[in-house]
Design a binder for this molecule. Sequence first.
Ligand SMILES: [Zn+2]
Length: 68
Amino acid sequence: MNGQQIRERIDANNKKIRTALNKFVLTDEINNLMRENEELRSICQHDFEDGFCKYCDIPVDFAEGFND
Ligand SMILES: [Zn+2]
């Protein structure tokens, strides 16, 4: 393996590492956003239109299941 090949290999590895890190951050961010949505749904005074709450998008069946 010559210097150029090592350079390419390290660049490729770093790219994969950055991608993995970005995905991790993104996953974390998405988890936080989804958790926040669940919290918002739990405090929402649902108002259903066509089977979904017009404020928080929760399906009417799902919300009824929660209340049981
Ligand atoms: Zn709602």
